[in-house]
Every structure is written in structure tokens, then in C-alpha cells.
Design a protein around this ligand. Structure first.
Ligand SMILES: [Zn+2]
Length: 276
């Protein structure tokens, strides 16, 4: 581990943490051969670091490429550019929200059903998903989680045969980022946005928060799905979602939990030879 003598971490330190975060997310089945996590460059907030190497195969902080957030392109010409085309997700979200410093994009299986089922409109939000917080660790989900449908973001420029649901250009990234905007007067952004038929993004003001939000978004989906199954089997049962005050209180508690659980997640990845 690199030592820091400064109050704020250096870019090198955050690239190392990004490597560990990738392994943690793989350990928790949030990232497999696909999906990624990014971090804003602390030495230049207009750029970010991201890699196209599968999370479990990252063995060095050097694999991360620096991208500009205003157009999603690599800072240096001729550098390795991710074979994964979705770096635009990260660039556009980091450009839209200066308070966001890390983004996870995941295809985690347990969340996918909630990306293809629609909920009822609430609080001026026309596209809520059916995913809602049911456990105390997911207050950060708020009272509704938006689902972004890429079909509405395509323009005539996007040829029909290339509409494969990938966020592979900056305009699509901007559209996804806009889905995280909350109505005026609320916290400035949704920390999770589902992507129809594809996956989700989790936003955080740090690598640790983005990882936490991603892991517990998936855990919430598992519990909610089990609860829905029980309701289908027993018609007299219903799901008790978190209420508004509970969401508020739990989201404050979530913040404290992040630093509590991070050392355990770090210890777990050190036990696996794949990541040494
Ligand atoms: Zn994807």
C-alpha cells in the first residue's frame, strides 16, 4: 500500500484503490468479464481513470487509462483505449455531477429484472423502476430508483443495426447521466440509475461509496425478489418497504457503514491468489 503524507490522495493512490475496488466488486459478483469502475482524477478533476481490462484480471494500477470527462476520449493520443466502449458512461456522469467522484457500471444478474419492469410514476418522476429500498443498508436508493431506457435516447444518427443497448457514445452517456438528476429541492442526484435490459450505474463521492452503493443495490434486489416471491405464493402477504423517515435515517447510517465494512472487503480480496 502506498503511503500518503497529504490530506488528499494522489492520482497514483486512487489508481491503486481503483484496482482493489475492481477486485472487491468481482468478489461480490458485481463485475465479471464486463462492467467497470472509474474515479475522477484528484489532480485534474476534468479527467478520470478507467480500464477495459476485466476486473479480476487487473494486476497493476498501470492498466488505467485517463479519459477526458467532457467528451469521453483518452487524454493522450496513441494510448491503449479500452476495448469496452462504455467509458462514455463514466465521463458523462462525472461531467454532469461535480460532486460525484466514482462510478460503477454493472450487469449484475439480480438487478436485471428490475430494469425491465416499470413502476408507478411518483414525485414527478415518470420512469421509476420497480426497485425500492427494503433493507436498512439501502437508504441511499431513496424513495424511487429511475430506470433509463436507451431506446428513448437514440437519434436518427444511431443506425438500427447498432442499437445494441451499449452506451458507446458520449450523447448516450449524457442522456444516462441526465436520468440521475433529481427534482429541484431534493438531493442533487440519484445514487443509482437502472439501465433497461442492461444493468445499472452506482454513483459515489468516493470509490468506497460507489462500491458500497453497487454491492447493496444488488443485495436489495435479491431481498426484494425473495419478498415478491413470497407475496406471489401467499396472497395475504405484502412487502414492507422502507418509509420516508427510514430512508432518510438509513441513508445517513449508510455513510458511516462504508468505512466500517471497507477493511473487511480489502482483507477478503487479499485471501484470493487470483488478485495477488
Ligand atoms: Zn454495460
Amino acid at each position: 500500500m502506498m503511503a500518503s503524507s497529504k490530506e488528499f490522495p494522489s492520482a497514483a493512490e486512487l489508481r491503486e484503490k481503483l484496482m482493489h475496488a475492481s477486485h472487491i466488486l468481482h468478489h461480490h459478483d458485481i463485475l465479471d468479464g464486463f462492467g467497470h469502475i472509474s474515479v475522477r482524477n484528484p489532480e485534474d478533476p476534468n479527467t478520470c481513470f478507467l480500464t477495459g481490462t476485466a476486473a479480476a484480471l487487473i494486476t497493476s494500477p498501470d492498466v488505467f487509462t485517463e479519459y477526458r470527462i467532457n467528451d469521453g476520449q483518452p487524454v493522450k493520443d496513441g494510448v491503449f483505449v479500452s476495448p469496452y466502449s462504455e467509458h462514455h458512461i463514466h465521463a458523462a456522469i462525472l461531467a454532469k455531477f461535480p460532486g460525484v467522484h466514482s462510478v460503477v457500471h454493472s450487469h449484475a444478474l439480480d438487478v436485471l429484472a428490475y430494469t425491465v419492469t416499470s413502476g408507478s410514476a411518483s414525485q414527478g418522476q415518470s420512469n421509476p423502476s420497480t426497485s425500492r429500498p427494503v433493507i436498512h443498508k439501502t437508504g441511499f436508493l431513496g424513495d424511487s430508483v429511475p430506470v433509463w431506457d436507451i431506446a428513448r435516447a437514440y437519434t436518427p444518427e444511431h443506425e438500427q443495426q447498432k442499437r445494441h443497448l451499449l452506451v458507446n457514445d458520449y450523447c448516450l452517456g449524457e442522456s444516462l447521466a441526465a436520468a440521475a438528476v433529481k427534482p429541484a429541492g431534493q438531493y442533487p442526484y440519484h445514487k443509482v440509475v437502472l439501465q433497461r435490459g442492461h444493468g445499472f450505474v452506482a454513483l459515489g463521492d468516493s470509490i468506497e461509496e460507489a462500491v458500497y452503493n453497487a454491492i447493496y443495490t444488488v443485495e436489495n434486489a435479491r431481498v426484494q425478489a425473495q419478498a415478491e416471491q413470497r407475496c406471489n405464493l401467499h396472497s395475504h402477504q405484502s412487502i414492507h418497504f422502507l418509509g420516508p423517515e427510514e430512508i432518510e435515517a438509513c441513508s445517513r447510517m449508510d455513510r458511516e457503514c462504508i468505512t466500517k465494512v471497507w477493511p473487511l472487503w480489502m482483507a477478503e480480496i487479499k485471501q484470493n491468489a487470483l488478485w495477488q
